[in-house]
Design a binder for this molecule. Sequence first.
Ligand code: ADP
Ligand code: ASP
Ligand code: MG
Length: 406
Amino acid sequence: MALIVQKYGGTSVGDTDRIKNVARRIQQTRAEGHGLVVVVSARSGVTNELIARARAINDRPDTRELDMLLAIGEQETIALTAMALHAIDIPAVSYTGAQAGIFTDLVFTKAKIKMINPKPILKDLKAGKVVIVAGFQGINEEGQITTLGRGGSDLTAIALAAACQADKCEIYTDVDGVYTADPRVVKNARKIDEISYDEMLELASLGLKVMQSRSVEFAKKYGVIFEVRSSFNHNPGTIVKEEVAYMEKVVVRGVAVDKDQAKVVISNLPNKPAAAAAIFNALADASINVDMIVQNVAHTGGVDLTFTVQRDDASGAVKVLPAVLKKLGGGEIKAFDNIAKLSVVGVGMRTHAGVAATLFSALGDAGINIQLIGTSEIKITVAVDRAKADDAMRAAHEAFGLERKV
Ligand code: ADP
Ligand code: ASP
Ligand code: MG
């Protein structure tokens, strides 16, 4: 008998019929003789709705209270899923994150899992029950409810698979797997059969939604192999696992776009050695993460510094920086919040040349201006006008022939 962790996302438990569908799928897996730990998300839209309700009452809600509120989304679906199983005579019990022994650090709204005590779950599994666990939540050492960051049910599933030493971890969603690009934007995007942790991690942190990036990081660290697949059919999905040699044959595995970016331009900065340090220290102190950075000396002798931040952080940057520029003795700030980041990712880039040239030519031919460029060993990222982001994704997808089966 194998132990399988299955995670069902928001759309998969979106209404009564879908919860009944999940119960039938659990019934099938159980009929094959397997033990099951099932992680569910809140119904799709519920977490957003709860955040909106909090903000309507207080535009800066206390984070402890916010987590208290957000945790109810998953508490609804675990109970309903257990009831759906009882209705077809399957013994099942629902657990909140705290009851499942998921202990986190003290950071509300994006807590990290510190430890899982799987004993209560293992006891129920032994007694023949299906254990249903609320995704996205845990408890900290002070006994407070915490949440694991948006999309955090993925992390709950991966972490439980590691803690319970599950034989399999399946992430059920509303698409057949991980595609070479967002299938809603690129019509001929293709399902990827196998992808390495590093590629999945880059794609997830660069804007591809299917998996929460922290969950992929966790899977890599603990060697949890998982499959992303659909809860609406029985097609094989995408296996995410350690890199193997043949994966390098494919130059670009996938394309991701993040539309929530902004660009900050500081021009005419005095050309002093410590200027950049002063600016980025001030941003770090304000918890603003900077991503792509370009600095160059203008013909006037002043320095121009351009960088990207998350769109929500642009106003914070504009607030923090004037004081720094005053101290440095000059510089003007402008923020542009109409930026998107397009990235192509693939472990094959390590061994293939000309990837940047192909990408830039494709964007040039499509009339798309590149505003900033960043690279790492397995990715190339460019900042473009947000209005052109979907066109850029289609152009990159075509340039690397990603619609073709490999
Ligand atoms: P869940 O609620 O199951 O966690 P998410 O909404 O978080 O599901 O992620 C699944 C969605 O991600 C799909 O509906 C799909 O539209 C979107 N998506 C974006 N890019 C991709 C991609 N490259 N491959 C697959 N799905 C993608
Ligand atoms: N319900 C949470 C969210 O919407 C967690 C999840 O769906 O994974 O972010
Ligand atoms: Mg998700």
